[in-house]
Design a binder for this molecule. Structure first.
Ligand SMILES: [Zn+2]
Length: 223
């Protein structure tokens, strides 16, 4: 959609309109008439309707990156239009809409929390909006444009505990298993070597990840 062949002459809009049926889609967007029941039973109409929605969505994804679009989206964000983070420890931090791809029909719109810096499925069930209508960069461009919107406090990490004791290999543990950005374990060998040492000295319990720091260093999780 955004490749060089589409931007060589009149840009991607004229390229889009030159495709079969797409000029009809453009007319549909500019028309003030609503489709009637006859239209909604017409397969040809529905195909153009989908094209019109996609065109409108892609224009939308460009518009919200413009200074005026950013200012309007900032207002909506501050009013809580996009909802709040569903992560308990983010304490209802406001979220922004985000796409996981610039390509149409890849995934539906998600929400991005600037506090935990994670994306979530929106709370509204069956929200059938293409993520490409917002794009992957919008949330971050908005926050860079209005740095005061960055949360004042960083994310609070949830620490799993059993009877108040941190769990070996889990978050908060001295021997926490760590992952790279792709979710791959990066320190398995180090953790295994600690486990082996503890087993050799008879201090650790179960090797299946359920042995706890309680058995390793007697450190309770709470202060
Ligand atoms: Zn969050």
């Amino acid at each position: 959609m955004y490749d060089s062949e589409s931007s060589s002459d009149g840009g991607w809009i004229s390229w889009f309109c030159d495709l079969e049926g797409h000029d009809e889609a453009m007319k549909m967007i500019l028309s003030s008439e609503s489709p009637d029941s006859e239209d909604l039973n017409d397969q040809g109409f529905l195909e153009i309707y989908q094209c019109a929605m996609d065109l409108y969505g892609l224009i939308h994804s460009r518009f919200i990156l413009s200074p005026r679009g950013l200012a309007m989206m900032r207002e909506k964000y501050l009013l809580g239009t996009f909802g709040s983070c569903q992560r308990v420890l983010c304490e209802r931090q406001l979220v922004l809409p985000i796409g996981l791809s610039e390509e149409l029909s890849t995934s539906r719109v998600k929400t991005y929390c600037p506090r935990c810096q994670e994306v979530y499925v929106p709370r509204q069930k069956n929200l059938d909006i293409d993520g490409a209508y917002f794009g992957t960069s919008f949330s971050h461009v908005l926050l860079k444009s209005y740095p005061e919107l960055y949360p004042k406090e960083g994310p609070v990490t949830y620490i799993p505990t059993i009877y108040g004791f941190k769990i070996f290999g889990q978050k908060g543990s001295r021997y926490e298993i760590q992952y790279d950005v792709m979710g791959k374990v990066v320190n398995q060998k180090d953790v295994d070597s600690v486990l082996k040492k503890k087993i050799a000295s008879g201090a650790a319990g179960n090797v299946n990840g359920t042995s706890s720091d309680a058995q390793v260093n007697k450190t309770p999780a709470y202060k």
